[in-house]
Ligand binder design. Structure first.
Ligand code: ZN
Ligand code: ZN
Length: 327
């Protein structure tokens, strides 16, 4: 197999040839067809997340075909199209796992962070944490659903049912979640980097009723908002944008420090919450929604060997939609 590997945080990924890994009990070997590039990958590479298992192959929006079965696997047939997400394994016995909140497991493994991911031709994954996908789904178009879609969808559910929703940061996740929100009959207000008219046009094209820089207030109070951009100063901005009783959801795994803000913008039962990881039932629910809502992803494909270029384009905001690596 070939893989783009992170050897030390802060360094570019390097291409390596390795022997194909063998699937252990309960695992499958998957031939990767496409792997989305997520902002979390940048946080791993930049050392903004604690204790990555180095060296590590990043990537947790994996679509591929099952190439070999470990012992005890009967849920995923050989050759089937599968999706492998961020949540790679949970302990199954901590308080959170037993409460049905496996996204908060005390002893989890995460794909492309504490376990090798999909910036590679092959990857080994737990069968029980991989999703069987509908046959004939386009590999590249499906990849961003595995994190941007899935964790975005969890954030949307936690934001509540409010009809006027703000999305801060209009990248891979927001471009999917805007379509879901519209399909649910909500009105989407999109906030981009100030001056990003391309991003604002893109948001309007996907049905946003209003799009502007995040330094502008919305034209009317919002019921809820989701912050996808890893920018702490958006927290007070979003709290100011929501009405009494409104909720602000921080959907990223990492964010720059949140500046202090006056209590008055949280007062009146506004809520500020975060969303962490995903559960497997989030995934099953989201794939159902994506099918019914007819979600169409906008992607830019890069060869696996250009993973560093794809990451640089994501970092600089040059991308519209989602970057996807194709081995
Ligand atoms: Zn657990
Ligand atoms: Zn992700």
């Amino acid at each position: 197999m070939r893989a783009m590997v992170l050897q030390r945080v802060g360094q570019p990924l390097v291409m390596q040839d390795r022997e194909d890994p063998a699937p252990g009990r309960g695992e499958v070997l998957v031939r990767v067809a496409a792997c989305g590039v997520c902002r979390t990958d940048l946080h791993v590479i930049d050392g903004e997340l604690p204790r990555p298992t180095l060296p590590v192959i990043p990537g947790h929006e994996i679509v591929g075909r099952v190439a070999a079965l470990g012992t005890g696997v009967d849920s995923l047939p050989l050759g089937s199209q599968v999706g492998i997400p961020w949540l790679a394994r949970t302990c199954g016995c901590c308080d959170y796992c037993r409460e049905g909140r496996e996204n908060l497991c005390d002893r989890p493994l995460f794909t492309g962070y504490t376990r090798d991911g999909g910036y590679a031709t092959h990857v080994v994954a737990d069968a029980g944490f991989s999703f069987l996908l509908l046959p004939q789904g386009d590999d590249v178009a499906t990849a961003p659903l595995l994190c941007a879609g899935l964790i975005g969808s969890r954030a949307l559910r936690i934001a509540g049912v409010g009809g006027r929703i703000g999305l801060y940061g209009f990248g891979a996740a927001a471009h999917i979640i805007a379509q879901v929100a519209r399909w649910q009959g909500r009105r989407v207000f999109a906030f981009t980097r100030p001056g990003d008219v391309v991003g604002q046009d893109f948001a309007r094209k996907l049905g946003a009723v209003w799009a502007a820089g995040s330094d502008e207030p919305p034209p009317e109070p919002l019921d809820c908002a989701i912050i996808f951009a890893p920018v702490g100063s958006l927290v007070p901005a979003a709290l100011r944008a929501v009405r009494k009783g409104g909720r602000v959801v921080c959907a990223g795994i990492h964010m720059s420090d949140v500046p202090s803000f006056p209590y008055s913008i949280l007062w009146e039962e506004r809520e500020l919450v975060s969303v962490a990881n995903l559960t497997r039932s989030d995934g099953l629910e989201f794939f159902e929604i994506a099918r019914e809502a007819g979600i169409v992803t906008e992607t830019t494909a890069y060869p696996l060997s250009q993973a560093n270029e794809a990451l640089a384009d994501l970092r600089s905001g040059r991308l519209t939609g989602a970057a996807v690596l194709v081995p």
